[in-house]
Design a protein around this ligand. Structure first.
Ligand code: ADP
Ligand code: MG
Ligand code: ZN
Length: 479
């Protein structure tokens, strides 16, 4: 596995949440009745004339600035010619030679640390329609999506593992959500990813031949597709074969891929400037005005969390990936003396089950109070997580203080009260005590477990452990 390293570059398509499509006045909305949002322009009728939507430019520039791109003073729309039933004009309006945003980078955070991923460009283009294949009955065409504005974010081949790719995609999603240019939802196709992967002997520089897998629409599929393709290429090289440059289709149901077509060259598309769309000249003043509308972005927040709340960078990154969580955490952190506890609760129990859409299911004040209860040891960590889970799933807001009182969950910190439970547990654990004294550390756990059960989980676990150890140490020497 370590003989070859993976080299990965991405092309990420993001649908922009503009009110209208890219070159016509049709509504840009998700989930409408098929073909209601269409007109002669986006249906590609002969003679129809497109006009570039100004809001598309604003959104794309905003995303570009957030990703540290240079905004090109001169950009141009081009036609990319190919025939497919979801593209009635038989060409896609996109950008080739003169993209709107040039270069740029995003920093990602993985368990291995921080990494800068360079962008090659971000350009604007139109989406194609949607084909709906009906088993045995044919194919339906829905052109509501034809002409929906996209940005395509193209990276340099700087990524080297599925984990990095996952972190990068989450960062992109954060950027488009923070700037409000897209909802970034992969489950709705608002964000889709083409992955290019090649392998080379570890430690060498020269790039191998790459393959491309198109239109992956979940984080999970991206990871699976990369793992599978890496393995496939290793096996080919190991058995003396050569990798063909090609586009492959990843089948998420079987977890395997198959060749779709050998890679087409740019010349096959016969790119040329769209004569109906004038060149785009963006002035520095316009760029500055758009820059002024960009809110506090994840990287700034990560730095703040590390400095002000003393969080590890990795945790700060997890909290800032979703703007709802970042805002929620900040609102909770200012009202508790234990922001780290608040962060840990969010990461362990709120993030994993959070729906893609909708509000965070509890108020930040509830988390502040709970964090204080934990920080002052009024409840122990197990109880804390139980209360937190209850707060998350309850329809009616739960007041953590009242809840702890009502369910009698307060931690027992009083040694005098604990002593009775410890005595009882020791008396019932002759064998465990013996084992522990012979050096079997694990035996201690079972004794602590007994105290926990007897107190319904309320005993202070650290104090309990100390008391048990002291008691055992005070026993007469075993023969
Ligand atoms: P095209 O536009 O023909 O798809 P590009 O050269 O623009 O080709 O590259 C597309 C993507 O492929 C980029 O994200 C780039 O980083 C990536 N890429 C290019 N060469 C390689 C390679 N040898 N291995 C992995 N990824 C690559
Ligand atoms: Mg490509
Ligand atoms: Zn239209």
């Amino acid at each position: 596995m370590t003989k070859y390293e993976a080299v990965i570059g991405l092309e990420v398509h993001v649908e922009l949440m503009t009110e209208r499509k890219i070159t016509c006045y049709c509504k840009n909305e998700f989930g409408a009745e098929p073909n209601v949002n269409t007109c002669p322009i986006c249906l590609g009728m002969p003679g129809a004339l497109p006009m570039l939507n100004r809001q598309v430019l604003e959104f794309a520039i905003k995303a570009g600035l957030a990703c540290h791109c240079e905004i090109a003073p001169y950009a141009q729309m081009e036609r990319k010619n190919y025939f497919y039933p979801d593209l009635p004009k038989a060409y896609q309006i996109t950008q080739g030679q003169h993209p709107l945003c040039i270069g740029g980078y995003l920093d990602i955070e993985t368990r291995a640390g921080k990494k800068r991923v360079r962008l090659n460009r971000i350009h604007i283009e139109e989406d194609a329609g949607k084909l709906i294949h009906l088993e045995g009955e044919g194919t339906l065409v829905d052109l509501n999506r034809a002409g929906v504005p996209l940005i395509e974010i193209v990276t340099e081949p700087d990524l080297s593992s599925p984990e990095e790719v996952d972190a990068f995609l989450r960062k992109i999603r954060a950027m488009v959500q923070y700037t409000g240019v897209s909802d970034g939802r992969m489950d709705r196709g608002s964000m889709r990813c083409d992955v290019n992967l090649s392998i080379r002997p570890a430690g060498t520089e020269e790039l191998g031949t790459r393959t491309e897998m198109k239109n992956l629409n979940s984080f999970n599929f991206v990871t699976k597709a990369l793992e599978h393709e890496y393995q496939r290429q290793v096996e080919i090289l190991e058995s003396g074969g050569v990798i063909e440059q090609e586009t492959r289709r990843f089948d998420s149901a079987t977890g395997t891929s198959s060749s779709l077509r050998s890679k087409e060259d740019a010349t096959d598309y016969r790119y040329f400037p769209d004569p109906d769309l004038v060149p785009i000249l963006v002035s520095p003043e316009e760029v500055a005005a758009i820059r002024a509308t960009i809110p506090r972005l994840p990287d700034v927040r990560i730095e703040e969390y590390v400095e002000r709340w003393e969080l590890p960078e990795y945790d700060a990154n997890l909290l800032t990936n979703d703007i709802r969580i970042a805002d929620f955490f900040e609102a909770a952190a200012v009202h508790t003396n234990y922001p780290k506890i608040a962060a840990n609760l969010i990461i362990a129990d709120l993030l994993p089950g959070l729906a893609e859409e909708g509000d965070v299911p509890l108020a930040p004040e509830q988390l502040s109070v709970l964090s204080d209860l934990l920080g002052t040891e009024e409840i122990n960590s197990n109880t804390g997580r139980k209360v937190f889970k209850a707060m998350i799933s309850s329809q009616d807001p739960i007041d953590p203080l009242a809840y702890v009182e009502e369910h009698q969950l307060k931690q027992i910190n009083d040694p005098e009260i604990l002593a009775g439970y410890v005595e009882e547990a020791l008396a019932a654990s002759a064998k465990a005590v013996k084992d522990y004294r012979r050096g079997k550390e694990a035996a201690l756990r079972s004794i602590i477990g007994q105290v926990m059960r007897a107190t319904s989980g309320r005993a202070n676990p650290i104090l309990t452990e100390e008391m048990i150890k002291d008691k055992i140490a005070a026993l007469p020497e075993p023969e």
